[in-house]
Design a binder for this molecule. Structure first.
Ligand code: APR
Length: 227
């Protein structure tokens, strides 16, 4: 029977594509104060530093490819109704063929007006001070920074509430509200958690099957189950 499978992915999903995670030993934040490059205050203080940080990440994203884990997530759509809720700002789920992808923390290949949240543009090159929307207002990365609202969270909660199976992949479950999404799953449904260094899931009554492997290896295992 076709099931509604919800994937909740984090930085570890894209690690095997060569994109650094945030909180691992040599993580992406190393050398950067998070608040300087990913907060509204950082943006006001030093917009050039913020733009440079995201320009480098955008340029890297043009160079990397989806990994086995992404492709196996997309493959689940052959048999099931699949929703991907990702904390990642890369487009590797989409590129590997997943068709229902909700980005909780924004998208690197988009920018938006600093004056209007709904003026969003596709953007694959560097973004500089002086790049403006059609009304002349400065553009900024379309990224949810620390301290900002997560506009997609209500939609994500609804998706999780309806899930028959939840698969959590490559996230340290430290950043809310994303980490709290798991607690909205129906108590009866199975939860799989793929991560080589899994975090503890608090406040979750479900039977959680921890698969302490990389995203690619873990998804191979999931695909071998009769879901
Ligand atoms: N496969 C699967 N998981 C992996 C792999 C891998 N190859 N390599 C590392 N991991 C796991 C780590 O063990 C860790 O638990 O990925 C997780 C990455 O955790 P974080 O770096 O904290 O990333 P994430 O949970 O996605 O962070 C959430 O915080 O910095 C903000 O907005 C940013 O979306 C991000 C959010």
């Amino acid at each position: 029977m076709k099931k509604k499978i919800v994937i909740l992915s984090g930085a570890g999903m894209s690690a095997e594509s060569g994109i650094k995670t945030f909180r691992d030993a040599d993580g992406l934040w190393e050398g950067h104060d998070i608040m300087e490059v990913a907060s509204p205050i950082g943006w006001v203080k030093n917009p050039d530093l913020v733009l440079d940080f995201y320009n480098k990440r955008r340029a890297q994203l043009l160079e990397v490819e989806p990994n086995r884990g992404h492709y196996l997530v997309a493959e689940l759509e052959k048999k099931h109704e699949v929703y991907v809720i990702t904390q990642n700002v890369d487009d590797l789920h989409e590129r590997s063929g997943s068709t229902n992808v909700l980005h909780l923390h924004g998208e690197l290949f988009k920018v938006r007006s600093t004056k209007s949240d709904t003026l969003i543009y596709d953007w694959r090159k560097d973004l500089h001070l002086g790049d403006v929307d059609h009304e002349g207002n400065q553009l900024r990365p379309h990224i949810v920074w620390f301290g900002e609202e997560v506009p997609a969270i209500d939609q994500a909660i609804k998706i999780v509430q309806d899930a028959d199976i939840l698969i959590v992949i490559g996230t340290s479950l430290q950043v809310y509200p994303a980490a709290g999404l798991i607690s909205y799953a129906n108590n009866q449904i199975p939860i799989y958690y793929i991560d080589p260094k899994p975090a503890t899931m608090y406040d979750v009554a479900n039977a959680v099957t921890v698969i302490p492997m990389t995203a690619g290896e873990g998804m191979e295992k999931i695909i071998s189950y009769e879901l």
